[in-house]
Ligand binder design. Structure first.
Ligand code: HPA
Ligand code: ZN
Length: 334
C-alpha cells in the first residue's frame, strides 16, 4: 500500500506555500538575511508547533513567513516544495500564496510573485511538475485591503489562475468579500475559498451563492442535506486536508474523519497537505495516515487521485493526459 501511494500519480489542490516553509530552510534564510528568530534550534521550532485551533497556528505561521524578504527567498521556498512534489509523484500542484502577509511588511508584490513563479517555471522544466497559482485574500483584513491586492496583481495577471480566501474564518464570512470576488472574476480569476473549516455550513452557502466558488477548501462542516445536494449538483470538489484537521483540532481523531462519509454522499473529495511544514506531513503522508485510520481501499485512493486531476483548474486536454497516466498506473497496480 505504501508503494502504491508513493507511486500514485496525483495533484495537490490545497497548499499554502508559506505553510510549506520547513524550519531548516527558515533558519537558513533567516541567517543569510540577518534576521533573528525566536527559536534556537529546529527541534525547538517543532516543539512550538502544537495548536489548539486555527488562530493558534496562524500566529506562528505569519511569524515564520516574516523572514521571507528577497525574491530568492520566495524562489527557494517554492522550489523546495516542488522538489518534494516530484519525490511524491505529485504531477501537478495548485499553490496558494498570501500576498498581504508580505506586502504588509513592506515586501513588494513583484518580489513575491516573481520568486514564486520563476520557481514554478524552473520546476516544470527540470522536474516535470506543473503548477498554477491561487492568490489568496486574508479574510481577517478588510475588503478594501483585498481590493488593493487585486489592483497590485493586475500586471501579473498572466501568472495567476485563481483567487482564494484564507486566514481566520470565524467572524469573517464570505459575504465580507462579495464585491472583491466579483471584481476578481471580472479580471479573469477563478474563485475558490476556504469554507466550513471552523466556520458553520452557512459560510459554505455564502461561498457558493455570493462568491460563486468553483472549489471548496476544507468544507468539513458541509453536513446538511440540502447543502450536500447543492454541492453535488454544482459538481464541485472539496479539498480535504486530514492532518491539518487533526493538528488544528477540527477533527479529534483521524478515525473520526468525515472523508468516507463525504464520499458516500457523492461528494468529490481530494486529499491535500494544507501546510505540510506545520501539520506533520506532505500530501503522501496524508494519504498514508487517512488510509490507515479508515482502512481505505486502493479504489478509494484512486478516486482521490482522479478527482485531484478532474477538479484541478487545468485545461481539459491536460487533465485528460494526466488521468490517462493515472489510469495506466492503476491498471497495473490495483
Ligand atoms: N485555514 C485558513 N487559513 C490558512 C490555513 C487554513 O487551514 N492555512 C494557511 N492559511
Ligand atoms: Zn488552507
Amino acid at each position: 500500500m505504501l508503494q502504491f501511494i508513493n507511486q500514485l500519480p496525483k495533484a495537490e489542490l490545497h497548499l499554502h506555500i508559506e505553510g510549506s516553509f520547513e524550519p531548516e530552510l527558515m533558519f537558513e534564510i533567516a541567517k543569510r538575511n540577518n534576521i533573528e528568530i525566536k527559536y534556537n534550534s529546529v527541534e525547538e521550532v517543532k516543539e512550538a508547533y502544537k495548536f489548539d485551533c486555527l488562530q493558534d497556528f496562524l500566529d506562528i505561521y505569519y511569524a515564520g513567513a516574516g523572514v521571507l524578504t528577497y525574491e530568492r527567498d520566495f524562489y527557494d521556498l517554492t522550489y523546495s516544495y516542488l522538489e518534494k512534489c516530484a519525490e511524491q509523484n505529485v504531477r501537478h500542484t495548485e499553490i496558494m500564496f498570501d500576498p498581504q502577509t508580505h506586502t504588509h511588511r513592506g515586501i513588494s508584490f513583484e518580489t513575491v510573485i516573481n520568486g514564486i513563479s520563476k520557481a514554478c517555471e524552473e520546476a516544470k522544466k527540470k522536474l516535470g511538475v506543473t503548477s498554477l497559482l491561487i492568490m489568496s485574500y486574508l479574510r481577517h483584513l478588510s475588503e478594501k485591503d483585498a481590493f488593493k491586492t487585486l489592483e497590485q496583481s493586475l500586471p501579473y495577471k498572466h501568472l495567476i489562475k485563481a483567487v482564494g480566501l484564507d486566514s481566520s474564518e470565524m467572524g469573517n464570512p464570505p459575504s465580507k468579500f462579495e464585491k472583491v470576488f466579483a471584481a476578481s472574476v471580472k479580471e479573469g480569476y477563478i474563485p475558490v475559498a476556504h469554507a466550513g473549516e471552523e466556520g458553520p455550513a452557512e459560510y459554505i452557502w455564502e461561498a457558493l451563492n455570493l462568491l460563486d466558488i468553483k472549489r471548496i477548501d476544507h468544507g468539513n462542516n458541509c453536513f446538511e442535506d440540502d447543502l450536500i445536494e447543492e454541492i453535488v449538483k454544482r459538481d464541485i470538489a472539496l479539498t480535504v486536508c486530514p492532518l491539518s484537521n487533526t493538528a488544528l483540532q477540527v477533527v479529534d481523531d483521524l478515525k473520526n474523519h468525515p472523508i468516507k462519509k463525504m464520499m458516500a454522499k457523492g461528494l468529490k473529495v481530494t486529499v491535500n497537505s494544507d501546510d505540510p511544514a506545520y501539520f506533520g506531513g506532505q500530501v503522501n503522508q496524508n494519504f498514508i495516515e487517512i488510509q490507515e485510520a479508515l482502512d481505505l481501499s486502493k479504489a478509494d485512493l484512486y478516486e482521490f487521485a482522479k478527482n485531484s486531476f478532474q477538479y484541478s483548474l487545468l485545461d481539459e486536454d491536460v487533465k485528460r493526459e494526466y488521468i490517462e497516466e493515472l489510469d495506466a498506473f492503476y491498471l497495473e497496480n490495483r
